[in-house]
Design a protein around this ligand. Structure first.
Ligand code: GTB
Length: 212
């Protein structure tokens, strides 16, 4: 069945892989599923046709026959549950990989998003500069815990899984801040994710749209 995802017609990052369709593309590439992409402008995302697919008027969405999904965590989990390669066979290991997916979007991503907002959109506010160290401190605190758990391991829990795919995708957003490099094992972990052929294909596909 044909899979169609949505993505930015013109991503604000110019195609550096930071928009969230990249993680969905990455999952599809890991499992070898072909997909097509429908590109949307910011205005189109808020129109009724797209709001019927995504209640918050965002990208990405995922369509496969009668199934329509939004939220990258749910989309990647769906892909991982239906195709081999992103979740372990052992039931307990599978549950732990899913826990790492939730940790990525629910525990690690929120302080990172707060930092992105603080740096890009709130700096000029009267309280912007004063709040920044607090927000950076929260990110560092979370990364310190993650770094301590990962240690020198290649991936978070055994073989590469959808948990690593989501965690590396979330951490990628931090690179420009320099904070990721303060944790060499996490920087190396993200680099290992980016070195995967499936990630490279996903990145190239979204870059091709934005480079044009
Ligand atoms: N929790 C949702 C998910 O994981 O699917 C979040 C989806 C989301 O935030 N989508 C963003 C969106 O559609 C695109 S990814 N925004 C438009 C809107 O809300 O109107 C966020 C994003 C956008 C741009 C960059 N960038 O250019 O660096 C990075 C990340």
């Amino acid at each position: 069945m044909t899979i169609t995802i949505t993505a930015f017609e013109k991503s604000p990052d110019g195609g550096k892989g930071l928009a969230r369709d990249t993680r969905v593309r990455w999952a599809l590439e890991e499992v070898g599923e072909p997909y097509t992409v429908r590109l949307l402008s910011f205005a189109t995302m808020k129109e009724p046709a797209h709001l019927a697919l995504h209640p918050f008027g965002q990208i990405p969405t995922y369509e496969e026959g009668d199934l329509v999904l939004f939220e990258t965590g749910a989309i990647v989990l769906h892909i991982a549950q239906r195709h081999a390669g992103l979740l372990p066979d052992d039931a307990n290991a599978r549950a732990r990989a899913i826990a790492w997916m939730f940790a990525a979007v629910n525990t690690v991503e929120p302080p990172i998003l707060d930092l992105v907002n603080a740096r890009l959109f709130e700096r000029e506010k009267p309280w912007g500069e004063a709040r920044l160290p607090l927000v950076e401190g929260r990110v560092r605190g979370r990364l310190k815990q993650l770094s301590a758990r990962l240690k020198d391991a290649e991936w978070l829990d055994g073989a590469f899984s959808a948990g690593d795919l989501m965690m590396a995708s979330v951490l990628l957003r931090l690179r420009a801040s320099g904070i990721l490099d303060e944790f060499p094992n996490l920087a190396a972990y993200v680099a290992r994710g980016e070195a995967r052929p499936a990630y490279k294909r996903a990145f190239a596909a979204q870059l091709a749209i934005n480079a044009g």
